[in-house]
Design a protein around this ligand. Structure first.
Ligand code: ADP
Ligand code: ZN
Length: 435
């Protein structure tokens, strides 16, 4: 398997080199953070008044955690650490869980973020030979424009088509012989389900690889996309507070996502005790961004649940790997007292070949109890005149779910393409109990 580096020196740095880059970066981030209104007050409360207080990476633990609400409460400029005139770019989160938060970058910050994306893309074999169709939403959302910059700098021909308009997506893919795309995993599945209807054949297209992110998805969904399209799918993780996509990215071995540790310090904590979890255990990912001068954020609680993958990756990069995101700590549904992650449901149903490309999870009140409804689309060949087949499929899905989540769901089968799809992040969980 070919391994492609963009900046081999940093990508293949030794642990000692990475530690020393991180320590320097942390000192700098703290020094700059102290200029901001927020950290200017907050850090001295923890006894940090200058970067001299950071003597080793262990001192990270002395810094307070930062939460999404801290960013919201300091809207718009409370975290700004440089003069406003040094800022060249702002972005905002997509606001899945409330008021958006904003971030700022200087020209150098933007260059550094772009380089990380070049490394991420190059690591999957992408090059100037590629035609890259970016199907993520452009605008305030980091997903579109940030990866655009990386792809362009790497020399790929970028088609900034943005999200939606499936017919146009196919037309561009065909006319320009697109080789790489970036989309949400749910959109990649939806796109495939529309191909035949829009009169396109797989052989009309030159697609080789896809980058998927912005929403949790299971390994089975990756496999499903790879098998349907016959391409390689790479997981790309990020959040707007940390400059968006690509802060962690899969290399060609697809065995976890490397966090670019020269630019971020990752920690995984128990969200209740706030202590680090044991090596390899799941917990909440906490990130410190180094080298974003306009707006340092220290120990940001992402609410995303993952774990460090122990051991070294075969690609030679020592930047630590995280596992695919299992969900957000606030995604968890409590059904009659049992904790259920939507990702557990996805894993079970997407493994079943009869299940199509979309599903929906609904929680309802049923008297004093909770009711869990799982609606799944099924592939065309499952819909026959024999209703016994459908009953038996429904029963098998329910049985498989019961084994995994210990709850008896109500399963509903739907025709391919009939459940709602969203242009941005998929909204696959509807909790009607509090309405
Ligand atoms: P918002 O927090 O409003 O959704 P963002 O656009 O910043 O705004 O979304 C970042 C979040 O999207 C992450 O915290 C994570 O929950 C999710 N996400 C992004 N990439 C991935 C990925 N590859 N796998 C799973 N979840 C992801
Ligand atoms: Zn690797």
């Amino acid at each position: 398997m070919g391994i492609n580096y963009y900046n081999k020196k940093v990508e293949c740095a030794s642990r000692e080199e990475l530690d020393s880059i991180q320590l320097e970066g942390l000192k700098r981030a703290v020094e700059l953070a102290l200029n901001s209104d927020y950290y200017g007050k907050k850090l001295p409360e923890s006894g940090i008044t200058s970067s001299d207080d950071i003597k080793s990476l262990d001192d990270l633990k002395r810094l307070p955690f930062t939460k999404k609400n801290d960013l919201r409460d300091s809207y718009p400029y409370g975290f700004l650490a440089v003069d406003r005139s040094d800022v060249v770019r702002m972005h905002a989160s997509s606001g899945t869980t409330g008021t958006p938060t904003t971030i700022y970058l200087t020209a150098e910050d933007l260059d550094r973020s772009t380089e990380i994306l070049c490394r991420s893309l190059a690591g999957t074999g992408a090059s100037s030979e590629d035609v890259f169709q970016n199907m993520m939403t452009y605008g305030l959302f980091t997903g579109g424009i940030m990866l655009h910059y990386g792809a362009e700098k790497l020399g790929m021909m970028v088609i900034p088509v943005s999200s939606g308009n499936t017919a146009r997506q196919f037309k561009m893919m065909k006319d320009f012989q697109t080789t790489a795309i970036h989309a949400t995993p749910s959109y990649m599945l939806y796109l495939y389900s529309k191909m035949e209807e829009l009169g396109i054949k797989r052989s009309d297209l030159a697609l080789k690889r896809g980058y998927v992110g912005a929403e949790p998805h299971s390994e089975d969904v990756r496999k499903k996309i790879e098998n349907l399209w016959d391409i390689d799918i790479y997981n790309c993780y990020g959040l707007s507070e940390m400059n968006g996509p690509g802060l962690a990215f899969e290399c060609s071995y697809k065995d976890g996502l490397h966090v670019w540790e020269d630019s971020y310090i990752p920690e995984i904590i128990n969200p209740d005790t706030l202590e680090p979890v044991k090596e390899g255990e799941y917990g909440e990912l906490v990130l410190t961004i180094l080298h974003r001068d306009a707006m340092p954020i220290l120990r940001y609680r992402t609410r995303d649940l993952t774990r460090f993958i122990p051991g070294k990756c075969r690609c030679g990069r020592l930047h630590r790997r995280i596992d695919r995101i299992k969900g957000r700590s606030d995604d968890m549904l409590i059904i009659n007292g049992v904790n259920v992650f939507p990702s557990q449901i996805e894993e079970v149903i997407m493994r079943m070949p009869e299940v199509g490309t979309n599903y929906l999870i609904i929680a309802q009140k049923s008297g004093p109890l909770d009711k869990l409804i799982v609606k799944t689309e099924v592939t065309k060949d499952v819909i026959t005149d024999d209703t016994r087949d459908l009953y038996s499929l429904k029963a098998r899905i329910a049985e498989n779910l019961k084994t995994s989540i210990f709850i008896n769901p109500v399963v509903e089968l739907h025709e391919q393409g009939s459940l709602p799809v969203s242009e941005g992040k998929a909204k696959r969980v509807i909790d009607e109990r509090n309405e």
